[in-house]
Write a protein that binds this ligand. Structure first.
Ligand code: C2E
Ligand code: CA
Ligand code: CA
Ligand code: CA
Length: 275
């Protein structure tokens, strides 16, 4: 029995070792991803809830790994957060998205995800101002999507940074609304321009009677506070019909378009403008 136990321990140690090594390898590969040109931004349209017209494109990062192919952000953004690489990656995302938007043939907004750690870095707001200046992008065309994670360590500091960004004229969205522990309390802390209702709610629409009630309540709450309400993860006509009736301001989801490189999306965009 004793021997067996030792064998098990050794087995777990070996497995952990392997895991750690795999992690270190990805970490190392990720650190070279920017210079090797392996990172790319995909864009997904966010449409007006009434007219269906494109208002904004959300930038979503992809990593084209030479062996593993297209790696989704869920598989490397958390690692980048843990290893401090998020600062460089986040800066690359912001720069690339603003450069792209400044060159678009139509003044759509660009929406950029900001990780809490990136947001908390000293000089974040000044960095945003510098990027806007570099490309001549009007501040009102940039939306920053942040999550309630930015409030966790130091809420006072978070509100200061948000206020500085607001002063620049940048728009601010509270992403993944409804999934955290205290989404509601953060609405009191800072007046965002919009909330993005988490897609888990939309997924359960039509399957769970209560979900419609919850999304309706969130929409009313947002509107009563003077905020726009965006819903994401809209995949079916049935969901679209329900959300239209609730008066959601913007919608985003595979029903309209999947995230894709801008070259593929802009064809749809130009077709739209020709109509
Ligand atoms: P998110 O900000 O909540 O982004 C929405 C996610 O939902 C995206 O996944 C998008 O592709 C996906 N999505 C959109 N419409 C639908 C739909 O109709 N159905 C379903 N099932 N999914 C839909 P993605 O691109 O894999 O990104 C996942 C998360 O990774 C993002 O969630 C965001 O938290 C993070 N992320 C992505 N890009 C960046 C980035 O540049 N910086 C940072 N810090 N985080 C990023
Ligand atoms: Ca987002
Ligand atoms: Ca979200
Ligand atoms: Ca998310």
């Amino acid at each position: 029995v004793k021997d067996e136990g030792r064998g098990t321990v050794r087995f777990f140690e070996a497995a952990m070792d392997e895991q750690l090594q795999a992690r270190r390898r990805i970490e190392h590969e990720l650190s070279g991803a920017i210079p090797r040109g392996e990172l790319q931004l995909y864009y997904q349209p966010i449409v007006n809830g009434r007219t269906g017209e494109i208002e904004t494109f959300e930038a979503l990062i992809r990593w084209h790994h030479p062996e593993r192919g297209c790696v989704p952000p869920a598989d490397f953004i958390p690692l980048a957060e843990q290893t401090d690489q998020i600062g460089r990656i986040g800066a690359w995302v912001l720069d690339t998205a603003c450069a792209a938007a400044a060159a678009w043939p139509h003044p759509w907004r660009v929406s950029v995800n900001v990780s809490p750690k990136q947001f908390r870095q000293p000089g974040f707001a000044a960095g945003v101002a510098a990027v806007l200046g570099r490309y001549g992008l009007p501040p009102g065309r940039l939306v920053l999507e942040i999550t309630e994670g930015v409030f966790i360590q130091d809420a006072t500091m978070a509100v200061e940074v948000l206020t500085a960004l607001r002063t620049l004229g940048v728009r601010l969205a509270l992403d993944d609304f409804g999934t955290g522990y205290s989404s509601l309390s953060y609405l009191q802390r800072f007046k965002f321009d919009k909330i993005k209702v988490d897609q888990s709610f939309v997924r359960r629409l039509g399957r769970h009677a209560d979900t419609l009630t919850i999304v309706r309540a969130i929409t009313h709450l947002g509107h009563n506070l003077g905020l726009q309400v965006t819903v994401e993860g809209v995949e079916t006509q049935e969901q679209l019909a329900m959300l239209r009736e609730l008066g959601c301001d913007q919608m985003q989801g595979y029903l309209f378009a999947r995230p894709a490189p801008m070259t593929e999306l802009s064809q749809a965009g130009s077709a739209d403008r020709e109509r």
